[in-house]
Design a protein around this ligand. Structure first.
Ligand code: HEM
Length: 368
C-alpha cells in the first residue's frame, strides 16, 4: 500500500502546531536587544544563519539516506534512481545557499559593525552541522586547515566536538561511492581487459599525433623537438595512472584519492555513459561533481562576502578572516578525482571498441 493509506495520528492537525512555529519563531534573540539598544539588521543576521542551519539539516537527511542505500553490498538499480534524485535535491539546495549570501549582503558593513562586537568569539566556524556535512561527504582530517594551530573541533563545546569527531570514522559518501565503483562489472569480460585496451588506445593516439609532427615538412628541428617534448609530458601524465604502483604514489602524494580500480571504473562510466546500464551511474558521477563544485562555490562566495563585510580584519572565531576562507575553499574538495578524470578522456572515436558480449549486457531489452 502506498503512503495514502497512512492514518492521521491526531485529529484536526493545526498548521502552527505541526511546524512547531511557537518554538521556531521564538528562537530569534538579538544580542543587541539584551544591551537595551536593538540593532535592526541583527534580526536578518540571525534568520539567515538559522535558514542555513535548516538547509544543512535537510542536506544531512538526504546524505544519510544515500549512505544507507550505498552502504549495502549490492546497490539495487532501483535505488540508483532514488540516490540520483536525492543528490539532485542537495545540488538544488546548494544553489539556494549560494544565492542566499546576497540576502545577507543587503546589510552594509557599517550596519554589521553596530553589533559585530557582541558576537565574539562565536563564528560560523562552530557550525557543527556544516562539519557533519563535510565529514559525511568525506573530507578527511588531513584535508583541513588548522586555525591558530588548533584543529577544526577546537572551538566546539564538548558535545559538538564529540559528535563531529565520531563521524570521522564512519563510512563517508566518498568511501561508499569508491566501493561501489570498484564493483563495477564490465571492466573485464572474457579476454577483454578494459584497462589494457584503454592504454593501447592512448598510445595509438599519441603515436599518431607524434608522427604528424615528425613528418610535418613545415616544422624546423627545434619546433619539432618542443612539440614532441610536449607529447612526452602528456604521456608521463597518463603513465601516472596506467600503472597501479604509480597510481598509488599519486595517492600518497595527495594528487589522487580514488583507488586504482575505482578510478578505472569512473573513467569507463564516463567514456561509455551512453550505454543504458551506465546512464544512471554517469548521472550520479555528474551530481557528485555538481555537489563538490557547489560547496566550493559557496565557500568562495562566503569568503567574498566576509571580505566585503570585514575587509582584512580577523574573524570573530579568530582566523585570518577572508584569507583563511579562500585557502579553505581551495583545499576542501572531496571528489576532486572526478574532475581529474577529464584529463584522461579520449575522444569518442578513439575509445576502445567494446566486445559484443559487454555491449549486449549493458543494454535493456524486452523479451517475451
Ligand atoms: C556577515 C556575515 C559573515 C561574515 C563576516 C563571516 C565571516 C567568517 C569568517 C571570518 C570565518 C572564518 C572563521 C573565523 O575567524 O570566524 C567564517 C567561517 C565560517 N562561516 Fe562565516 N561569516 C558570515 C556569515 C556566515 C553565514 C550566513 C554562514 C552560514 C551558516 C556562515 C558559515 C561559516 C562556516 C561554515 C565557516 C567555516 C568555514 C571553514 O572553516 O572553511 N558564515 N565566517
Amino acid at each position: 500500500m502506498g503512503p495514502t493509506s497512512v492514518k492521521p495520528v491526531s485529529d484536526g492537525l493545526y498548521y502552527g502546531d505541526y511546524l512547531q512555529l511557537g518554538k521556531l519563531l521564538d528562537a530569534q534573540k538579538l544580542e543587541s536587544t539584551k544591551t537595551g539598544e536593538t540593532v535592526h539588521d541583527e534580526m536578518l543576521f540571525i534568520v539567515v544563519h538559522q535558514a542555513y542551519e535548516l538547509w544543512f539539516k535537510q542536506i544531512i537527511w538526504e546524505i544519510d539516506s544515500i549512505l544507507e542505500l550505498f552502504g549495502k553490498d549490492v546497490v539495487d538499480e532501483r535505488d540508483m534512481r532514488t540516490a540520483v534524485s536525492r543528490l539532485r535535491r542537495v545540488s538544488k539546495i546548494q544553489e539556494l545557499l549560494i544565492t542566499q549570501v546576497g540576502v545577507l549582503e543587503s546589510m552594509t558593513p557599517l550596519d554589521f559593525l553596530d553589533f559585530r562586537d557582541l558576537l565574539f568569539p562565536a563564528s560560523g566556524f562552530q557550525s557543527a552541522q556544516f562539519r557533519i556535512v563535510e565529514n559525511k561527504l568525506g573530507l578527511r582530517p588531513e584535508d583541513r586547515l588548522l586555525l591558530g594551530g588548533a584543529g577544526y573541533t577546537a572551538r566546539f563545546n564538548d558535545d559538538d566536538a564529540a559528535l563531529v569527531t565520531s563521524l570521522e570514522a564512519d563510512p563517508s559518501l566518498f568511501a561508499v561511492v569508491e566501493r561501489w565503483l570498484e564493483r563495477t562489472p564490465f571492466l573485464d569480460h572474457g579476454d577483454f581487459r578494459f584497462w589494457d585496451a584503454y592504454k593501447h588506445a592512448v598510445h595509438e593516439r599519441i603515436n599518431a599525433d607524434r608522427s604528424v609532427v615528425e613528418n610535418n615538412p613545415n616544422l624546423g628541428d627545434e619546433e619539432k623537438r618542443i612539440q614532441l617534448g610536449e607529447f612526452d609530458q602528456v604521456l608521463k601524465q597518463y603513465e601516472a595512472i596506467f600503472d597501479s604502483e604509480k597510481h598509488e604514489l599519486e595517492r600518497q602524494a595527495g594528487r589522487l584519492r580514488l583507488s586504482h580500480r575505482a578510478f578505472q571504473a569512473a573513467l569507463f562510466i564516463t567514456l561509455y555513459r551512453d550505454e543504458p546500464a551506465l546512464q544512471e551511474a554517469f548521472r550520479l558521477i555528474e551530481l557528485l561533481m555538481d555537489i563538490d563544485e557547489g560547496f566550493t562555490a559557496w565557500r568562495y562566495r562566503h569568503a567574498q562576502m566576509a571580505l566585503r563585510m570585514i575587509g582584512r580584519r580577523v574573524g570573530t572565531g579568530g582566523s585570518a578572516g577572508a584569507k583563511y576562507l579562500e585557502k579553505s575553499a581551495e583545499r576542501s574538495r572531496v571528489f576532486g578525482d572526478l574532475f581529474s578524470l577529464t584529463t584522461f578522456l579520449v575522444p569518442r572515436a578513439d575509445r576502445p571498441t567494446l566486445p559484443a558480449g559487454i555491449l549486449d549486457s549493458m543494454r535493456f531489452r524486452f523479451e517475451e
